[in-house]
Design a protein around this ligand. Structure first.
Ligand code: GLC
Length: 433
């Protein structure tokens, strides 16, 4: 039976908590750890089925002399990103923070520091909201299931077949670490858990207890949906650990995200700039800034966010290619941010020439296709008070070409010039009556 009262209560709490998040729209994901040394992505330990011993040289070697999170934070700011999420621990189990529960942490490497603390301080200084990614999987901890676990580096190693492990110990360990993260660094805005699979989900992680603990210390924190089965967030009845937002990965859901009662669910598409999360030196398959801009618009037009990833190298530098793309995206957002921040999708269907986003009575036409002559705005006749190019507030004419009389319900605007003023996305702000 659907408990309507309970549903609306959880729903309202979630709306309240995620308000800033749904206005922020654009964030930076940072995947960084020991795997930046072999430079082939963050799954290398398991892809190559490496033992803890075989992976250890990276721990001995880790020495990010160029780590300067102030620079990262300035870049994120310049790119127009309003929040960031960084890997405090990834699947390899290495911690970038000074945990009392392990020696496998950055303070014991040549870096000699709590790198998460420095990240938090730097991003906070730039007024960027703080998120922490924490991997539920742990390929270093001896109480995490190894043999037969389909993701574990030792899944096929028969030496691990009869190894006894105490999963409760692991759960205790990771709850303790999460407690360190939510109590030791001031306000944390997002906790980003990754990920549940098979029977490793929900209460297997003691998720209710975990979420209660987190909210006790950080009542306003928002939590992703990966402590639970990823489909749970679309159900009407939510569990205490279903999470606050859906996290589609490398995909923009075609129609946004609605639950089974057709209520909108907050969501964030996580997207890489090339094809890897962690640093991958051979992967030069970068998206263009135009693609990034249009994907961000796509997310907002469907009521979602985009978190875009960077994978810093072993020295601690964000790849130059990523920096260049982010700067270009930032330039576009500097001119056109009003059509993204605080915006939602429009009630109007997707137009032929691009996309719509909307903020109250301001409707933003994102024009990708100049076409010829006037641009047709379906069903907007008599509804536009004023049209202007968002970038410089120059007036755009709302007028009817003489052959358009028969298209009674439509409005028309005339863009200056034969080609689009901005090839990435030309935004016209339509002030509605
Ligand atoms: C995946 C991967 C992981 C990455 C994450 C980001 O689930 O396991 O490496 O951190 O997606 O969304």
């Amino acid at each position: 039976m659907i408990d309507i009262e309970n549903e609306s209560k959880i729903y309202l709490q979630r709306e309240e908590r995620t308000k800033w998040f749904q206005e922020a729209r654009f964030g930076m994901f940072i995947h960084w750890g020991l795997y930046s040394i072999p430079a082939a992505g963050e799954w290398i330990m398991t892809n190559r089925q490496m033992t803890v011993e075989e992976y250890k040289p990276y721990f001995a070697e880790f020495n990010p002399t160029k780590y300067n999170p102030r620079q990262w934070a300035k870049l994120a700011k310049k790119a127009g990103m309003k929040y960031a999420v960084m890997t405090a621990k990834h699947h390899d189990g290495f911690c970038l923070f000074d945990s009392a529960y392990t020696d496998y942490k950055s303070t014991n490497t040549k870096a000699g520091r709590d790198l998460i603390k420095e990240y938090i301080d730097a991003f906070r200084t730039e007024d960027i909201k703080i998120g922490l990614y924490y991997s539920l999987l742990d390929w270093h901890h001896e109480d995490y299931p190894a043999y037969g676990d389909r993701h574990h580096p030792m899944r096929n190693n028969t030496a691990f077949k009869n190894k006894i492990h105490n999963f409760d110990n692991y759960v205790k360990y990771f709850h303790n670490q999460v407690k360190e993260l939510v109590t030791g660094y001031g306000k944390i805005d997002i906790m980003w858990f990754d990920f549940s699979y098979d029977n490793m989900t929900g209460e297997k992680w003691k998720a209710t207890e975990l979420v209660d603990m987190i909210r006790k210390y950080q009542p306003d924190i928002i939590i992703d949906n990966r402590l639970d089965d990823k489909k749970s967030i679309k159900k009407a009845n939510l569990s205490p650990y279903t999470g606050d937002f859906d996290s589609p990965e490398q995909i923009i859901p075609p129609k946004g995200v609605l639950n089974e009662n057709r209520n909108p669910v907050p969501w964030e598409a996580c997207i890489t700039l090339n094809n890897n999360w962690g640093y991958a030196s051979m992967d030069k398959d970068y998206k263009s800034s135009k693609q990034v801009v249009r994907s961000l618009v796509e997310c907002v037009s469907k009521n979602g966010n985009m978190i875009l990833n960077v994978g810093p190298n072993a020295k601690g530098e964000i790849p130059k290619e990523s920096v260049a793309i982010l700067e270009e995206v930032g330039e576009w957002l500097d001119d056109n941010g009003d059509s993204i921040y605080g915006c939602k999708g429009s009630y109007l269907p997707k137009p032929e020439w691009g996309r719509y986003t909307q903020n109250g009575n301001l409707l933003y036409a994102h024009i990708y296709d100049r076409g010829i002559g006037h641009t047709n705005l379906n069903n907007l006749r008599g509804k536009i008070k004023k049209a202007r190019l968002l970038k410089d507030c120059s007036e755009i004419k709302v007028e009817f070409p003489w052959m358009a009389e028969e298209f009674e319900a439509d409005a028309f605007i005339l863009l200056p010039g034969a080609i689009l003023p901005d090839e990435k996305d030309t935004v016209v702000e339509l002030e509605l009556l």
